[in-house]
Design a protein around this ligand. Structure first.
Ligand SMILES: [Zn+2]
Length: 469
C-alpha cells in the first residue's frame, strides 16, 4: 500500500469517529410493564378509582413516541396471560400478543404465567406475531436448546441495545414437564461475555423477582439496567446496586402489576470515540388511570374479540358459589360436566381457579373462562379402588360419581356408582392432566388424552343442560 494512502487510512481510523461523534449526547426512553396478567380492561382500585387498561397504556406509549421520535424502546417483563380476563383465556393469549405487536413491543421475556396453557400454546402464539421473545435459561429437556433466543439486539437512535431474557418456569407443572430451568444468574454470566462487546447498552429483561434482580446486579456488574417482574414490586424510582469495582451502580426497575403503572426510564448516553458512555439513568412510574384516553385502535381490536364471548349458553335459576379448596356448588357443576362428557365411572379434578360465582341469570361463554383459566386437558385412566382411595386422601379435589368420608386424610366408606368400592377392581377415572402428572398412582397406569379440556367439557355440558335449577 502506498505510504500516503496508508497514512490517510490510519488517520481516518484514529480521528474520524472522535471528531464526528465525541461528546455527542444521545437520549433513550425505555418504557416497561410487567405482570399485567391479561387484565386488559380498566378496573376499580379503591381510593385510586378506575385504573389500568391496555388501551390506555397504548395511548401513553404513542404519546411518548411522538415526543421522542426514534428513541423509545418498549419492553414487557412477563406474566401476560395467567389469571387473565375471558379474552385472554379463551384465545390462549393470541389477542394479548397481537395487541402488544400493534403497540410495537420491542421484546418480551415470558413469565411463568405464559406457560400454564402449555409450552406448545406459547410457541404457537409466539410464532403468529413478530415480537422478539427472549428467554436464556428455560431449555428443552430433550435437546438442551433454549425455548426462545436468549437475547435480541436492537438498534435505537444509533445505539446498539442488547436485551437478555431471564425468567422463571414452574417445572413441576405439567405444562412445563418438557422443560428445565437453569439458574438465571449463572446463565447471565455465560452470555454476558459474548453479548457485552456487541452492544452499547446491556439490559436484562427478567421475570425472577426483585430480590433476585438485586443478586443478579451484584453478580453481573456489566449490566446497565435490569427491567424486572414477577414480584409485582412497585419501584417508584430505580433501586441501585453498587458495582463492586466502584464504577457506579446497576439500576433495577419494576412497575408493579395489572397496568396500574407504565415504567419509564430515561437514559442519557454520550459518545466517546467509538465507545458509548452512560451519563445518567433516571426512572419513574407513570400511573395508568382515567386521565388517559384509551387508544381506540387497541380498544376496538379487543372489543371485536370480546363480543362473541357474550353469547348466552345456559341459564341458572340459582346461585352457584365457588370454593377453590372445599366442596362447592360451582365445583360440583364443573366436575359433573367432566363426568358426563367423558362417561367415566368417576371424575376427580382440582378446584376452579377463578374467584367467580354464577349468579341467577344468564351464563355466557365469557363466564366459563372466568371459572377455568388454564385450558386444562382431560385425561382418563383405569385405577384400582385402592389407588382411587390413595388419590382422594392426598388433597382436596372436586369429585363426581363417588361418595366417601374423609377425616384427616383418611378416606373411608368409599362408594362408586352407589356400590362399596372393590379395592382390587379397576374403575375408569376422568381427571385433568395436572392431577395425573403430580400423583404417583398414575405412574404405573396408562393415561389417555380425551381431546377435551375442562373448560370445553363445561361449555358442552351447559349447552346441553340449558337451565340449572
Ligand atoms: Zn405475576
Amino acid at each position: 500500500m502506498p505510504l500516503l494512502q496508508s497514512i490517510l487510512l490510519c488517520s481516518l481510523f484514529v480521528f474520524a469517529p472522535s471528531t464526528a461523534f465525541s461528546g455527542e449526547k444521545v437520549e433513550l426512553v425505555i418504557l416497561h410493564v410487567n405482570d399485567t396478567h391479561g387484565k386488559m380492561q380498566p378496573y376499580e382500585a379503591g381510593e385510586w378509582g378506575e385504573v389500568g387498561g391496555i388501551a390506555r397504556l397504548s395511548t401513553l406509549i404513542k404519546q411518548t413516541r411522538r415526543e421522542n421520535p426514534d428513541r423509545v424502546l418498549f419492553l414487557h417483563a412477563g406474566d401476560i396471560l395467567s389469571r387473565g380476563d375471558p379474552v385472554t383465556v379463551y384465545y390462549g393469549g393470541r389477542i394479548n400478543f397481537r395487541a402488544y405487536e400493534k403497540m410495537g413491543v420491542d421484546a418480551i421475556t415470558p413469565g411463568n404465567g405464559e406457560f400454564y396453557m402449555g409450552i406448545e400454546n406459547l410457541q404457537n402464539q409466539a410464532a403468529r406475531v413478530s415480537i422478539p421473545f427472549v428467554h436464556a435459561n428455560a431449555l428443552y429437556r430433550n435437546h438442551g436448546n433454549s425455548i426462545f433466543p436468549p437475547y435480541v439486539i436492537k438498534e435505537v437512535n444509533g445505539i446498539k441495545i442488547g436485551i437478555l431474557g431471564l425468567g422463571l418456569v414452574r417445572t413441576w407443572h405439567n405444562s412445563s414437564q418438557k422443560l428445565t430451568l437453569d439458574d438465571p444468574i449463572e446463565v447471565a454470566k455465560q452470555y454476558v461475555p459474548e453479548l457485552r462487546p456487541k452492544v452499547d447498552l446491556l439490559i436484562a429483561l427478567t421475570h425472577i423477582q426483585a430480590k433476585n434482580d438485586s443478586l443478579l446486579a451484584a453478580a453481573v456488574p456489566e449490566l446497565d439496567l435490569i427491567v424486572g417482574g414477577d414480584s409485582h414490586t412497585r419501584l417508584n424510582s430505580p433501586s441501585r446496586i453498587p458495582r463492586a469495582n466502584g464504577q457506579g451502580s446497576v439500576p433495577i426497575v419494576q412497575a408493579r402489576h395489572y397496568f396500574q403503572f407504565m415504567g419509564r426510564v430515561d437514559i442519557e448516553l454520550e459518545r466517546d470515540g467509538d465507545k458509548v458512555r452512560i451519563n445518567k439513568v433516571d426512572g419513574r412510574l407513570i400511573p395508568i388511570n382515567a386521565e388517559t384516553t384509551p387508544d381506540p385502535e387497541i380498544e376496538n381490536f379487543i372489543a371485536q374479540y370480546a363480543a362473541p364471548l357474550n353469547e348466552v349458553i345456559a341459564r341458572s335459576e340459582i346461585e352457584l358459589k365457588n370454593d377453590r379448596d372445599a366442596p362447592s356448588p360451582l365445583g360440583d357443576l364443573v366436575v359433573n360436566a367432566v363426568l358426563s362428557q367423558t362417561r367415566a365411572d368417576i371424575a376427580i379434578i382440582h378446584g376452579n381457579q377463578g374467584e367467580f360465582d354464577i349468579k341467577p341469570g344468564d351464563i355466557t361463554l365469557a363466564d366459563i373462562n372466568r371459572i377455568r383459566w388454564y385450558h386444562s386437558r382431560i385425561v382418563t385412566a383405569r385405577l384400582t379402588g385402592a389407588q382411587i382411595q390413595q388419590l382422594l386422601a392426598a388433597r382436596f379435589y372436586n369429585v363426581a360419581g363417588c361418595r366417601f368420608t374423609k377425616i384427616e386424610s383418611q378416606v373411608t366408606d368409599l362408594r362408586i356408582n352407589g356400590q362399596p368400592v372393590d379395592s382390587a377392581a379397576t374403575y375408569l377415572v376422568a381427571t385433568e392432566q395436572q392431577v395425573a402428572f403430580r400423583n404417583s398412582v398414575f405412574e404405573s397406569v396408562h393415561v389417555d388424552f380425551t381431546g377435551q379440556r375442562v373448560d370445553t367439557a363445561l361449555e358442552s355440558h351447559l349447552r346441553h343442560v340449558a337451565v340449572i335449577r
